[in-house]
Ligand binder design. Sequence first.
Ligand code: C6P
Length: 415
Amino acid sequence: MTAGNRATASTLNLEKIRSDFPILSQTVNGQSLVYLDNGATSQKPQSVIDAIVDYYTTTNSNVHRGVHTLSQRATDSYEGARTKIQRFINASDDKEIIFTRNTTEGINLVAYSYGRKNIGPGDDIIVSNMEHHSNIVPWQMLCEENGANLLVVPIDDTGSLVMDEYQKMLTPRTKLVSITHVSNALGTIQNAKQIVRMAHDIGSPVLLDGAQAVPHMPVDMQDLDCDFYVFSGHKLFGPTGIGVLYGKAEYLEAMPPFLGGGEMIKSVTFEKTIYNDLPYKFEGGTPDIAGAVGLGAAIDYVTNLGFDQITAHEEELLRYGTELLSCIDGVTIVGTAAHKAGILSFVMDKAHPHDIGTILDEQGIAIRTGHHCAQPVMHRFQIPATARASFAFYNNKEDIDALVKGIDRVIEVFS
Ligand code: C6P
């Protein structure tokens, strides 16, 4: 990662770390697994698996509902996880942390609840050309429904946002800017603080899609000053099925609920329902309690390692991988921004990305191939798909050497 181009050398004990992730020690297709598909989902340390098993073994009960001991224990575990998340992203209050299923649900919640109330005909919503479909489709649905316009900030050939164009799009018509913090297809780390500042200058709130940021770098809500921030637990070494929407209290307070039902109410009669306080107003129905507990354990794990170490190590991996892949004839890296997270997207002259993925899989190497749910990025670079290796802190240089060897094999097959 070149976030700030840190010089610190990592002292992570990779052998120990890798032994914490049981899945990494298996063989796939007769070869040691090389897992380089962390952008799609990351692997889980034993402590996360144990936390989930322990929850179901000792604590399982519904939250906020019972006076019995287990229910109170479950509530404490669930709310404890919320507090861990609040500290992890430095939100000023834990009522600003809403549990969702994933990033997609967080963005849809804001589009449904904030969008339908505050964005109308002729208003503008700004996204960028490097968004995941999750940060395009909910806004398109809103625009179709209420006559707002979706404006798209272009990206240059390196995969960086064209800030002059962004500046020009910001007008009194702008009602929301919704932009990814880190691109899943290109690895670009956005200048999120500047994006937020520029939008605030014209009075528009900002949502940042942090799905690909939180596993790689510290994020600080008070420093970024964004109004909404979303991410998924499963990319942050936690379980699937749990995600987070952060929202500034002043916005969340003023927004109508998303899902109606139990938990999100204070009182219900057939004449009138009084909605619950934050954060419960946005958590209708029984939540993924075990998921929240698992996510809390994942946050403990990364916090223990420390982002200084994680970032320094991933920067080194990215530098090493970029150097090696750049030297291979017929390989082109897609996404060469100055500030990148550990994502190497590439195409090859002679092989389609799906063939690359299949040949690598035969060697036990897991990467993702395709459009990465970011088709407009593919259109921008006039390619149908890429092969994408995405790193986590447990990857090592041997994983990248294996990738390079795998690419050599692809070249051999297609020559
Ligand atoms: N990207 C990838 O392989 P969900 O599916 O809701 O957990 O995350 C959606 C999402 C939103 N924004 C960004 C920037 C993302 O990268 C993703 C998920 C995965 O790139 C799966 S498509």
